[in-house]
Design a protein around this ligand. Structure first.
Ligand code: URA
Length: 206
């Protein structure tokens, strides 16, 4: 299911990022902040287990997270969403999936993958700022499923309808979270209006 997370702070910060005059420092900072805000919303339904603890004055039954959370940034742009989520959930384990997009066919190719043991039973959040054709997201979901992951969420900043449709078709049980569903892809595979090349803008490359 697609969930577009509407919040005035997210919208405001995304507007800053879309502006072509937004520099590397502000782009990164806004992405950190939006990723944290998105993580807050996305984790609303995560299961808790009852635990008993001693406060300084009494014993009490209370709750803590039942499952581990594994974050899976798709290299390289996905790295830009890691800090913001780690600040909110410092116990996350972090996998890495390295994919590059063939500029002509737009097909994803794997060059790196590494997972924590917890991936099988964890809540897995695959992060990548741009959901364009959906090729990388579908490949990443395939890869974490091969590791045994069952509870998978895809978290992107901006998505194109084409990418959302492709992921929904390939992996209908995976929830997709976006800060914005944009208009379309252009002939070069860029999201319109989008924000340009997210990796280049995060890392200051061209
Ligand atoms: N990747 C990006 O970084 N930007 C787009 O618009 C599409 C894919």
């Amino acid at each position: 299911m697609l969930k577009v997370l509407k919040h005035p702070l997210i919208t405001h910060k995304l507007t800053q990022m879309r502006n072509k005059n937004c520099g590397t420092k502000d782009f990164r900072q806004n992405l950190d902040e939006i990723a944290g805000l998105m993580a807050y919303e996305i984790t609303r339904d995560i299961p808790l287990k009852e635990v008993e603890i001693e406060t300084p004055v009494a014993t009490c039954k209370t709750y803590e997270m039942e499952k581990e959370i594994v974050l899976v940034p798709i290299l390289r742009a996905g790295l830009g969403m890691v800090n913001g989520i780690c600040n909110l959930i410092p116990t996350v384990k972090i996998a890495h999936i390295g994919l590059y997009r063939d500029e002509e066919t737009l097909e994803p190719h794997t060059y790196f993958e590494k997972y924590p043991k917890a991936v099988k039973d964890a809540i897995v959040m695959i992060v990548d700022p741009m959901l364009a054709t959906g090729g990388s997201a579908i490949a990443a979901i395939d890869m974490v499923k091969k590791q045994g992951a069952k509870n998978i969420r895809l978290v992107c900043l901006v998505g194109a309808p084409e990418g959302v449709k492709a992921v929904e078709k390939a992996h209908p049980e995976v929830d997709i979270y976006l800060a914005s569903l944009d208009e379309k892809l252009n002939e070069h595979g860029y999201i319109i209006p989008g924000l340009g090349d997210a990796g280049d803008r995060i890392f200051g490359t061209k």
